[in-house]
Ligand binder design. Structure first.
Ligand SMILES: Nc1ncnc2c1ncn2[C@@H]1O[C@H](COP(=O)(O)OP(=O)(O)OP(=O)(O)O)[C@@H](O)[C@H]1O
Ligand SMILES: [Mg+2]
Length: 602
């Protein structure tokens, strides 16, 4: 039972201190509570009934004093319980976040962002709540029940039957009241997940929603999940509303019965009023904890389920990990020779199964300093192919090597220093322009930043902003245009001058003239690096040392522009569809790089 919670208690060592302290405070608090209840007997029997005002006063003073001490213990218990619960939540939050950072592209493909968000926030909150109620009540309640029953036996064994009857009635009422409540709580959590999923998606895509005039649709979609949540939240709430009144009814009826039967004992002289008063207190003492116990079960159940969902992330094994055989290399000695040998790859589905090959038997040799262009229809596998070089995904068959070393045998940290990459989607982070360019190497100086920005043609617009490189970047870089974002992303990839640079469709938002400027500057700054351009526009790769043409994951042609125009009908078709019929403009290639030396060894 509660295997996730037990596991949590084992792995979260920091929990033990607050746990033990809070339970110690708790035990003292319960014992003092019982002592205060017992003093009621002295107050009635020796004080009120004997007409002894001194006993009344001294007992009352004792009761107040003990209550104060008991309050301190109860306070200590609560504070340490909160410390324990918040500490647990923090432990899970930080651990989960850290885990997500270590996950590979493949793992992240299988978790939706909204799903991760829900687990990091509302699931962890559920765990916290369950842990808090658990630590406050789980031990306290049985302890109080046992002590109360023991006291009843000690005080008035003749009326023990009344206590047992009340306990049975309470159990039956609680059973019916709480039956099905747990499912209601689960449904409520699922409804909340639904709300979060829609919210996350709609807020992330709010501009697209506006652009396509889908506001009404989105509002309806949200209203639907929000109403589901409302219904799901109301049904357990209605049921819980019955909780306190029904228990009060039982306690008051029980108290009346106590005075009826106990009163007869007082008249008959077999018992005294003080014992009846204490017994009445003990009666309420036993009902409260029983109710608490029943009440926390749904929270424990939902917390346990949430804890399981958090452990799912913590248990996820990063697909890409450093092998034990991985040997560090001197990054500055890397020349940047890339070889694909019979490399095949396919993405996995949610169940972790490979669905089909997206790349088939790629064989390609790229010499240090060369410029390579990758062309192909959308979905042909260009991004997938270049993503194999920094090992964002591992090949299924074959291998990819850098300077003869299998990328799987390089420590990832070094591999990512060797390969500088501008991903197809240029995401910037909130902060400054400088911080974004320095993302991979915080130790670079201003000259290196400016050189990278100049090569990416970002300096031209950054230097026009009053704050220049300290200009603020908003979340995802939305205060920059698409082309400016791309150029900052290129600057980020170039900043540390890696031996291999990959620009995945990174100039697609630039006009031809800007693209030409960027390419020329990149060739200059990164002359000795191996440069890989993925492109949709043929003009981007026209003068590359080698153009690789992909179709449905296969490399259908490799060569220079001049070679491919002769040998590949597909290449010729793409060329003519983008730049016009060859026989109508044979004299010059309309390339942004025409006339430039591409550098490197062809
Ligand atoms: N993360 C992923 N999970 C599953 N399938 C994917 C994933 N990324 C890409 N694919 C699939 O792999 C194939 C190749 O995609 P890839 O992104 O490599 O194409 P591309 O040539 O870069 O296209 P584009 O020019 O549009 O960027 C596509 O069919 C795509 O649906
Ligand atoms: Mg792509």
């Amino acid at each position: 039972m509660y295997k996730n919670f037990r596991r949590l208690l084992v792995i979260y060592k920091g929990a033990r201190g607050p746990f033990i302290v809070s339970q110690t405070f708790l035990a003292f608090s319960v014992l003092l509570n019982l002592a205060i209840v017992a003093l009621n007997g002295t107050l009635v029997n020796d004080g009120v009934q004997q007409g002894n005002i001194e006993v009344v006063i001294s007992t009352a003073v004792w009761m107040i004093g003990l209550t104060l001490i008991q309050t301190i213990f109860a306070l200590g218990n609560s504070l340490y319980a909160v410390l324990f619960a918040e500490g647990t939540a923090n432990f899970l939050r930080v651990g989960t976040y850290r885990k997500i950072q270590t996950l590979s592209f493949g793992n992240l493909d299988r978790f939706r962002t909204s799903d991760l968000l829900v687990r990091l926030t509302s699931d962890i909150n559920n765990v916290k709540q369950a842990v808090l109620y658990g630590i406050l009540l789980l031990f306290q309640a049985p302890f109080m029940i046992v002590m109360a029953v023991a006291m009843a036996i000690f005080l008035l064994p003749s009326l023990l039957w009344l206590m047992i009857v009340i306990m049975v009635v309470v159990s039956v009422v609680l059973f019916f009241l709480l039956r099905g409540v747990q499912q209601m709580f689960v449904a409520r959590q699922q409804a909340l997940d639904g709300v979060n999923n829609v919210l996350q998606e709609a807020l992330a895509g709010v501009r697209v929603v506006k652009a396509f005039v889908r506001e009404r649709f989105e509002m309806q979609r949200f209203a639907k999940v929000s109403n589901t949540w409302l219904d799901a939240a109301l049904s357990p709430a209605y049921r819980m509303a019955l909780f306190v009144p029904s228990l009060q009814l039982i306690v008051y009826t029980g108290t009346a019965a106590l005075y009826y039967f106990g009163g007869q004992g007082v008249f008959g002289g077999t018992t005294n009023l003080g014992e009846i008063v204490v017994f009445s207190n003990v009666l309420s003492m036993v009902v409260g904890p029983m109710a608490m116990l029943a009440f926390i079960i749904p929270f424990l159940e939902s917390g346990e389920a949430s804890c399981g969902r958090v452990f799912e992330i913590l248990d996820e094994e990063a697909e890409i990990q450093d092998r034990s055989t991985a040997k560090p290399v001197d990054v500055s000695n890397i020349k940047g020779r890339i070889v694909f040998e019979n490399a095949s790859f396919g993405y996995r589905d949610r169940a972790g199964k490979t669905t089909g090959l997206v790349l088939e038997k790629i064989n390609l040799t790229i010499e240090p300093g060369q410029t390579i262009g990758f062309l192909g229809a959308t979905g042909s596998g260009k991004s997938t192919l270049v993503n194999l070089i920094p090992r964002f995904y591992d090949v299924l068959e074959g291998k990819v090597t850098i300077d003869g070393i299998n990328v799987c045998d390089l420590p990832q940290r070094q591999l990512h220093q060797i390969v500088g990459m501008a991903l197809q989607e240029s995401v910037l982070f909130s902060g400054t322009v400088r911080a974004n360019i320095l993302f991979s190497r915080p130790d670079l100086d201003d000259d290196e930043i400016v050189a990278a920005a100049q090569a990416a043609d970002a300096d031209s617009f950054v230097s026009r902003i009053p704050e220049q490189y300290d200009a603020p970047v908003s979340r995802r870089g939305t205060n920059f245009s698409g082309g400016q974002r791309q150029r900052l992303a290129i600057a980020r990839a170039l900043a540390s001058r890696p031996p291999i640079v990959i620009l995945d469709d990174s100039t697609s938002a630039l006009d031809m003239a800007t693209e030409a400027r960027v390419q020329e500057a990149v060739q200059g700054l990164m002359s000795s690096s191996t440069k890989l351009y993925v492109a949709q526009r043929i003009s981007t790769v026209l003068t590359a040392d080698k153009i690789v043409l992909l179709e449905h994951g296969r490399q259908v042609a490799v060569g220079t522009h001049a070679e491919l125009i002769q040998t590949s009908p597909l290449y010729r078709e793409i060329y003519e569809s983008q730049l016009g019929k060859l026989d109508e403009q044979p004299e010059r290639i309309a390339s942004p790089l025409a006339g430039q030396s591409m550098g490197g060894t062809a």
